[in-house]
Every structure is written in structure tokens, then in C-alpha cells.
Design a protein around this ligand. Structure first.
Ligand code: C5P
Length: 223
């Protein structure tokens, strides 16, 4: 595996980025980082510490002092995210309360700067698959392969609902549609590094594809 292999996977909410990134990284034997989990960890910590999600300085301090990320292929997330000394689980990061505030937290320019710095540090360690919203445009602009993964809102709602059901959370399709559309709107319209397709990204619409099929397609591209 080339030491400088970097695969950037961006796309809207619940388009399957995390599942695809994890499978792809497993297949290639490289690490993967779901940057959404980093923003979610900060949103989680803000809620736990009653930090105002509009207070940019307090959020940056919280991130610098209390959030830590370490790579570990054997971990549930593929890497570990800690709030203070506590490792956060996927279920804790995916709750509807965290989801409701994460895009507000992620819109602050200095929060993004701190996140990008940490993501670049991780990417410098070796080959990586990284998923998010600004990976191909901001974090890894020179990535060897850039994917913009989309899917219809209906397909995304179906997947997110199944995922939440597995975690024992029941949210109606109507509520999820609103949540996904609102989060896309916030992510696409924020001033600082909005969700955008990099000009050199390959678009994959996964509405009717399995995660395995998407991974096959990406592997075909990188040869
Ligand atoms: O990918 P996921 O849905 O877990 O991301 C949660 C939120 O984190 C997104 O809706 C977005 O607001 C933010 N995010 C971001 N940039 C990234 C990854 C996630 O702004 N690279």
C-alpha cells in the first residue's frame, strides 16, 4: 500500500460514508477516520458540560482540553474518541440529541480549524480513508482518490432508521426526513468549508447499491 494513499469520502448526512469508509479501510488494510464522530464527540461533551453550543471559544477550549482521538483498527469505531478519560461509543455519539446540535457546533470556524489540524496530524501518520464533509476540499485536498457519496433522501432515511433501531431508538421516518434535510441545509450553507463536492471527486449515488458494491467501485478506481 503506498504510504501516501489517502482516500477522501464526503457526502450528505446518512449517505453511507461511515460504513463504506470502514469496509474500504478493512479491505485495504489501512486506518479509517470518521471525522463526523469527532464533531459528534465535541457536541456530546458540550451537552454533558452544559457548554453553550453558540460559544465558539468555549467549544475550542473543550476540544483542546477534553477530546482525544487515537487510531485503533480493533476499536468499534475503527479508532477511539475520548471525552476526558471516557471512550465514547457509536451509540452515544449517534443519539438524536447529539445529532440535533452537531451542525451548530461544526459551523464555528475555529472549531473547524482545531478539527482539521487534528485530522491532518492523523493523516500524516500513514495511508488513510477519511470520511466527512470537507475532506476532499479542505482536509486532504491532494488525496489520491476523492469520492462524493450521495443517495436519495428516502434511502438515507431508511438506512438511518435501521441504524437507530439497532441501537433501540425509534424515530419516525417523517422526523428523520426533517432532521436529515435540516442538517444538509446547515452543512451546505455554512460560511466556513460548507459541504461541497470537490471538482475532482467521483460521484457515487448509493441509493440502490450495497456498501460492498460501493467499495467494489472505489477499489476499481484505485486499481
Ligand atoms: O457524518 P456525521 O453525520 O456523523 O456528521 C455529523 C455532523 O458533523 C455533520 O452533520 C456536520 O455538521 C459535521 N461534520 C462536518 N465536517 C466533517 C464531518 C462532519 O462539518 N468533516
Amino acid at each position: 500500500m503506498p504510504a501516501d494513499l489517502q482516500i477522501a469520502i464526503d457526502g450528505p448526512a446518512a449517505s453511507g460514508k461511515t460504513t463504506v469508509a470502514r469496509l474500504l479501510a478493512q479491505r485495504l488494510g489501512v486506518v479509517y477516520v470518521d471525522t463526523g464522530a469527532m464533531y459528534r464527540a465535541l457536541a456530546y461533551a458540550a451537552l454533558q458540560t452544559q457548554t453553550d453550543v453558540d460559544n465558539e471559544n468555549a467549544l475550542v477550549r473543550l476540544f483542546d482540553q477534553q477530546i482525544r482521538v487515537s487510531l485503533d483498527g480493533g476499536a468499534q469505531l475503527g479508532f477511539r474518541v475520548f471525552w476526558k478519560e471516557t471512550e465514547l461509543t457509536q451509540d452515544e455519539l449517534d443519539t438524536p440529541v447529539v445529532t440535533a446540535v452537531v451542525s451548530i457546533v461544526a459551523a464555528h470556524p475555529r472549531v473547524r480549524e482545531a478539527m482539521v489540524r487534528e485530522q491532518c496530524r492523523i493523516a500524516a501518520e500513514g495511508p488513510v480513508v477519511m470520511a466527512g464533509r470537507d475532506i476532499g476540499t479542505v482536509v486532504l485536498p491532494n488525496a489520491s482518490c476523492k469520492i462524493f457519496l450521495t443517495a436519495s433522501v428516502a434511502a438515507r432515511v431508511r438506512r438511518r432508521r435501521a441504524q437507530l433501531e439497532m441501537a433501540g431508538v425509534d424515530v419516525s421516518a417523517h422526523e428523520l426526513t426533517q432532521e436529515i434535510e435540516e442538517r444538509d441545509r446547515l452543512d451546505e450553507t455554512r460560511k466556513n468549508s460548507p459541504l461541497r463536492q470537490a471538482p475532482d471527486a467521483h460521484v457515487i449515488d448509493s441509493s440502490t447499491l450495497t456498501a460492498e458494491q460501493v467499495v467494489d467501485e472505489i477499489c476499481g478506481m484505485i486499481g
